[in-house]
Design a protein around this ligand. Sequence first.
Ligand SMILES: *[C@@H]1O[C@H](CO)[C@@H](O)[C@H](O)[C@H]1NC(C)=O
Ligand SMILES: *[C@@H]1O[C@H](CO)[C@@H](O)[C@H](O)[C@H]1NC(C)=O
Ligand SMILES: *[C@@H]1O[C@H](CO)[C@@H](O)[C@H](O)[C@H]1NC(C)=O
Ligand SMILES: *[C@@H]1O[C@H](CO)[C@@H](O)[C@H](O)[C@H]1NC(C)=O
Ligand SMILES: *[C@@H]1O[C@H](CO)[C@@H](O)[C@H](O)[C@H]1NC(C)=O
Ligand SMILES: *[C@@H]1O[C@H](CO)[C@@H](O)[C@H](O)[C@H]1NC(C)=O
Ligand SMILES: *[C@@H]1O[C@H](CO)[C@@H](O)[C@H](O)[C@H]1NC(C)=O
Ligand SMILES: *[C@@H]1O[C@H](CO)[C@@H](O)[C@H](O)[C@H]1NC(C)=O
Ligand SMILES: *[C@@H]1O[C@H](CO)[C@@H](O)[C@H](O)[C@H]1NC(C)=O
Ligand SMILES: *[C@@H]1O[C@H](CO)[C@@H](O)[C@H](O)[C@H]1NC(C)=O
Ligand SMILES: *[C@@H]1O[C@H](CO)[C@@H](O)[C@H](O)[C@H]1NC(C)=O
Length: 568
Amino acid sequence: MLLFRPAIVSALLCAVGVSAVLVDFQVAQPPPVPSGVKECTVQVLQRDFANSFGDAEVVQFTPPTDCGEPGSWSAITLNFTVTSNGTQFDRLGIFTFQNVEIWCSLRTSTPEPTFNGIIWTYVKDVTRFTPLFAKEGLFILQLDNLLETGLNGIYSTVLHATFYASSREHPPAVQANKIIPLSTLSNTTGNDASVPPGFSINVTVPENTVSIFAEIIPSGNGDEEFWYFSVADEFLSDFPDGTLGQGPFREVRLLVDGRVAGVAFPYPVIFTGGVQSIQAAGGKPITSYGALDLPTYFIDVTPFVPLLTDGKSHNFTIDVASAEADHTILSNWFVSGLLQVVTDSSSKRTTGKMTSYNAEPFAVSSNTGHVDSNGDIHITVSATRKISITSEILSGSGKLTSVAWTQDLTYVNQQDYLSNLSIQNLFQSSVGSSKSTHNGASTVVDSYSFPLTINLTNLNPSGSFFSSGFDHSYNRNLDPGLFLGSTIAERQTAFGFFNISSSGNTGNGTNNNTQNTFQRRVNAAFDNITLDEISGSLAKSSAPAIDNKKVTGQTFAPPRRPAGHFGF
Ligand SMILES: *[C@@H]1O[C@H](CO)[C@@H](O)[C@H](O)[C@H]1NC(C)=O
Ligand SMILES: *[C@@H]1O[C@H](CO)[C@@H](O)[C@H](O)[C@H]1NC(C)=O
Ligand SMILES: *[C@@H]1O[C@H](CO)[C@@H](O)[C@H](O)[C@H]1NC(C)=O
Ligand SMILES: *[C@@H]1O[C@H](CO)[C@@H](O)[C@H](O)[C@H]1NC(C)=O
Ligand SMILES: *[C@@H]1O[C@H](CO)[C@@H](O)[C@H](O)[C@H]1NC(C)=O
Ligand SMILES: *[C@@H]1O[C@H](CO)[C@@H](O)[C@H](O)[C@H]1NC(C)=O
Ligand SMILES: *[C@@H]1O[C@H](CO)[C@@H](O)[C@H](O)[C@H]1NC(C)=O
Ligand SMILES: *[C@@H]1O[C@H](CO)[C@@H](O)[C@H](O)[C@H]1NC(C)=O
Ligand SMILES: *[C@@H]1O[C@H](CO)[C@@H](O)[C@H](O)[C@H]1NC(C)=O
Ligand SMILES: *[C@@H]1O[C@H](CO)[C@@H](O)[C@H](O)[C@H]1NC(C)=O
Ligand SMILES: *[C@@H]1O[C@H](CO)[C@@H](O)[C@H](O)[C@H]1NC(C)=O
């Protein structure tokens, strides 16, 4: 039986108790916020999540009026602080405001608490959702928790929002004219949809729309949580019953009226109950990058504008495809998205035409592999994706804009199963570049490299005593178009031992993180932080100047947000 199955991994998590309240955190870049302006902090909600399956926290949120006209702020952040005093699994937190899933994903995987308590705080920049926060509306936090024998942890949560006034030095943040949800539009629970099958929604955009930037929030869960370790169907018969198939490749697609508009080869988010945390002695205290704040993906949908401004509804679809012949996946991924829509100063309809469209329905992929005479299994799955879409867009006020969206992504996943499956080695590389230009000006830019190595050896094949090594990086230069971009170079390495046993799981290990953006180096061993150094300035690397020319048909003041405080 393969190790990387949620039930087995989750069983490992309560192995080690600690003697003090543990501060658990993800190494992350703090949000850049202005200093020296008036701040208004308001509590959005407070809730103890005990038996909360199907019982989300739903509150009416009204923006503050003491930090300037609602919507005129220079920045907005959310601070989510959680304590728990018992034993509990990872739980997904889904934050929805005005029917849009916000805070990058705001799908927060809660760190597994220890017996003596845990506290963590995550501060997230939500400035790009200013059009939502400028009006009152429904705020929903879904955190499905379950209390049962052996699981007694109650998550006590408090969520605050901080609004930073604008000033001459810190002008109002750049914002879209409208945000359209690609979500279930539920008013009682988190607004993400479970796929497969794909999620579709009818969308009508304003007739004077001149650009559209989509953001997609995907999360692999259930049998898809360890998707990068799934076995290509062709080789499934060489593995024990219960091994999960559908292969390790996943492509998240956005379709407009059935045509691919853009895709993401997602970063393998490893939740706090995942493999690397086991190596830090029972799951604490550094979570994998992205677990508390799932990466999101940006697609410039502007080339479709001439087709969408006809005043009619259009079919937007988000789905997840594999490299298997039928492209199907297991259950399930949670997905949602949103469209940041920029309109023209004229109310006249935008016209134009799509001048070229080159996007295949699916990535070009291959599965190769072989079984040696001694039973060793080697499987390699690779995929490539090229997309190029161009349009000419004529705004009602008479401005002609040439728009191009291109993607060039490559992926390879190599799995080696040796010595009667007692050695399981994984290497995955996912590298790509997505880019749009509006009249030649670079607009959306996303260059990334997400390498992952997991090496696992069962040292006692009659039992379950493992040594494991782990090397996982998130290198990404992202400019989402209208908003502040970021450059992140994060690497996590871990090595350790763990013993799975009915009489109690044990383990030890080290877990190192480096993040070059602002140079925070954190090491942990045996539930203790052994090194925590912070140096460097966030402002230099993650607050590139915003180019006014990027925004078709409208002039925005560039945001200037100098380095602020660290968010944890
Ligand atoms: C956690 O705290 C809550 C509220 O104070 C309490 O009811 C519960 O029994 C505590 N659980 C544990 C495991 O200590
Ligand atoms: C959610 O609430 C909004 C605003 O009151 C309403 O327009 C919409 O119909 C509701 N959605 C559902 C699914 O009930
Ligand atoms: C979208 O609109 C089409 C007709 O234009 C309709 O058949 C379909 O049911 C609608 N889908 C949803 C999810 O509302
Ligand atoms: C929307 O597009 C998806 C993907 O092509 C398709 O499966 C679905 O049937 C379409 N829905 C409608 C209402 O046309
Ligand atoms: C291989 O592993 C299986 C399951 O753990 C075990 O039943 C079998 O005896 C092993 N074979 C060898 C040659 O060690
Ligand atoms: C780890 O796994 C990768 C991928 O299978 C392999 O190339 C590498 O040699 C392994 N390293 C060790 C130390 O086993
Ligand atoms: C973590 O860092 C420590 C000290 O810098 C080093 O000794 C150890 O080998 C590192 N562990 C891993 C898994 O990289
Ligand atoms: C693993 O746990 C089993 C059962 O408690 C125990 O017999 C064995 O000695 C342990 N192995 C190691 C290496 O700690
Ligand atoms: C970690 O566990 C391994 C395997 O049980 C053991 O050999 C090693 O001494 C342990 N390391 C520490 C520092 O306790
Ligand atoms: C962790 O740190 C505490 C406090 O410094 C210390 O008492 C404890 O021995 C350390 N635990 C380990 C496993 O090193
Ligand atoms: C976040 O909220 C917590 C709890 O209210 C508070 O203790 C902490 O200081 C806040 N952190 C920041 C950076 O605002």
